[in-house]
Design a protein around this ligand. Structure first.
Ligand SMILES: *[C@@H]1O[C@H](CO)[C@@H](O)[C@H](O)[C@H]1NC(C)=O
Ligand SMILES: *[C@@H]1O[C@H](CO)[C@@H](O)[C@H](O)[C@H]1NC(C)=O
Ligand SMILES: *[C@@H]1O[C@H](CO)[C@@H](O)[C@H](O)[C@H]1NC(C)=O
Length: 257
């Protein structure tokens, strides 16, 4: 009798108890559900700009897989050997000629603090130093001391307003071209110069992450800079040189306005 009563009580107690547990756990999981819905942990890659004249290549499932693919080329021992032997002097002399021309146009000086983005083994850095731009450094995913330090061009390891001059011939490797350009504009000093070598009339290599069909997308991406010149070059498969000068007041001075 007492046992039966006890059993009845247990049942009536248990039901609301389970319900309460359920409601509490539902309540506790709400923030996670909310977070999951509004902040998908693996950001899909279609956030990148794609316009008629700038197309992001499909096929990267995550930023990690993109970086892995870039590293695959950069770490290739056969290519690294070629870059540091057969290619070394030939490339340095071509780069030195390009940079000398930029000096003649007053876009670069011996006293410029210069950065080469995606420099691999640093032939362009060596070229800058040889023509007298002593304070030059390169940046790439894989460092090559002393010419090239480690860094991702989507997130440069440098403070705002650091450089007078930035050069890159790897724009086509940028998965997020708008980040690539924003980082250049952030780390350039006001009136600093950015020179890009890009391929417009032929497609770059299989490691490219984007394809560019005109200069227009670049002009739009360099929001805080003025276009200085566009000219044809013959730069290791890249056919066009585009130069920009960062305006005084943008983008690192925004907060003061
Ligand atoms: C690069 O990719 C190839 C195949 O696509 C693979 O065999 C090789 O191991 C990779 N190399 C590196 C350094 O990841
Ligand atoms: C810049 O450096 C180069 C190489 O050291 C030198 O020949 C040249 O005279 C320098 N130019 C100026 C303007 O100082
Ligand atoms: C650096 O520049 C970025 C973008 O222009 C800006 O958002 C940031 O606040 C700046 N950082 C500092 C420390 O001034």
């Amino acid at each position: 009798m007492i046992n039966d009563m006890y059993a009845d009580m247990k049942i009536t107690l248990t039901k609301p108890f389970i319900l309460r547990c359920f409601l509490i756990s539902l309540f506790l999981s709400l923030p996670f559900l909310f977070f999951y819905l509004f902040f998908p942990h693996q950001q899909p890659l279609h956030h990148s700009v794609t316009t008629k004249d700038l197309r992001i290549r499909p096929g990267y499932s995550s930023y990690e897989s993109y970086i892995q693919r870039q590293l695959n080329k950069t770490l290739n021992p056969r290519l690294r050997k070629i870059w540091t032997t057969r290619d070394w002097d030939r490339k340095i002399s071509v780069f030195a000629r390009f940079f000398q021309e930029l000096k003649d146009k007053k876009l670069l000086q011996n006293t410029s603090k210069a950065l080469c983005i995606g420099a691999r083994v640093g032939q362009e850095v060596e070229a800058l130093r040889r023509i007298g731009v002593a304070d030059s450094v390169g940046m790439d995913l894989v460092p090559y001391p002393p010419l090239v330090v480690k860094g991702d061009f989507h997130n440069q390891p440098f403070a705002n307003d650091t450089f007078d001059f930035e050069f890159s011939n790897v724009f086509d490797h940028a998965l997020y071209p708008e980040r690539f350009v924003a980082e250049i504009e952030r780390t350039l000093k006001p009136e600093g110069v950015c020179v890009l070598h890009v391929a417009l009339s032929r497609r770059a290599d299989k490691y490219s992450a984007n394809d560019l069909y005109s200069v227009q997308p670049l002009v739009e991406l360099f929001k805080h800079s003025a276009l200085v010149h566009v000219r044809s070059v013959d730069g290791f498969g890249l056919d066009t040189e585009v130069a920009f000068r960062k305006k005084i007041g943008g983008p690192t001075r925004h907060q003061r306005l």
